[in-house]
Design a protein around this ligand. Structure first.
Ligand code: URA
Length: 204
C-alpha cells in the first residue's frame, strides 16, 4: 500500500504542529503537564496573539485562553472591536509550568531557556500563519517572539519592526490586570490594554 506520508506537504500544517507538540521533549515541562496546548485560530489570521503559557484550565482543556485570563482577554478584544474568531491565539511555552501548593497548581513563570526551547514551535506557527502583526502579551511572549528580553513598558504600544519577524506590538499580559488590587489602577490599566489592542486592530 502507498506510504501515507509520501504525499505529505513539505510545509507543516497547524494540525501537524498540534499533533507533534504532544510528543515534545525539548525541555522538561512536558513531565508535569496534562498535555501540550497548541495555538488556535485560522491559519491565515492577520493578527496573532501570543500569551505566556497555558494556565491550569488551559492545561486541562487543551485549549489556549479558556480560563480567567482568557475571559479578561475576550472582553478586552470585544471592547477593542476585534473578532476573536479571526485571531490566531497561541502561547510562548506550550506546557503548563506550575508547582503544587496542597491541591492547587500554582503558575510558575517559564525561564529564558524554556522559552527559547519552545521557540521551535512558535517559529513554525509564525512561518505558517504569517500574520501582519503579532501582539506579545507580556515579557515572556515578547522574548518568545523577538528572541531577546525587552522591557514591556518601555516597548509598549508601538510595533517593533525587525527583519526576522512580523511587526510585534508588546503589551501587558491579561493576568497582570487580574492581579491589580486597587480598583482605579485596575481600570486605568485595563483601558490601556484595550487601547493597545485597538492599535493592533487598526494595524491589521
Ligand atoms: N495565560 C496565557 O498566557 N495563556 C493562556 O493560554 C492562558 C493564560
Amino acid at each position: 500500500s502507498p506510504d501515507p506520508d509520501a504525499n505529505a506537504p513539505p510545509e507543516p500544517t497547524l494540525a501537524a504542529i498540534a499533533r507533534d507538540l504532544q510528543s515534545c521533549r525539548r525541555c522538561p515541562l512536558y513531565r508535569n503537564a496534562t498535555q501540550a496546548v497548541p495555538g488556535e485560530g485560522p491559519a491565515d489570521a492577520r493578527l496573532m496573539l501570543v500569551g505566556e503559557q497555558p494556565g491550569d484550565q488551559e492545561d486541562l482543556a487543551g485549549r489556549p485562553f479558556v480560563g480567567p485570563a482568557g475571559r479578561v482577554l475576550d472582553a478586552a478584544l470585544e471592547e477593542a472591536g476585534i473578532d476573536r474568531s479571526a485571531v490566531y491565539a497561541t502561547n510562548t511555552v506550550k506546557h503548563f509550568k506550575h508547582e503544587l501548593r496542597g491541591k492547587r497548581r500554582l503558575h510558575k513563570r517559564p525561564n529564558a531557556s524554556e522559552i527559547d526551547h519552545c521557540r521551535w514551535w512558535l517559529d513554525l506557527e509564525l512561518k505558517l500563519v504569517r500574520p501582519r502583526l503579532v501582539v506579545a502579551l507580556g515579557a515572556s511572549a515578547a522574548r518568545g517572539v523577538l528572541g531577546r528580553t525587552v522591557a514591556v513598558n518601555a516597548s509598549r504600544g508601538l510595533p517593533i519592526e525587525s527583519p526576522d519577524t512580523p511587526p510585534v506590538l508588546v503589551t501587558v499580559h491579561p493576568s497582570y490586570l487580574l492581579r491589580i488590587r486597587d480598583r482605579d489602577d485596575a481600570e486605568r490599566e485595563r483601558r490601556r490594554f484595550v487601547e493597545d489592542l485597538q492599535r493592533a486592530g487598526a494595524w491589521v
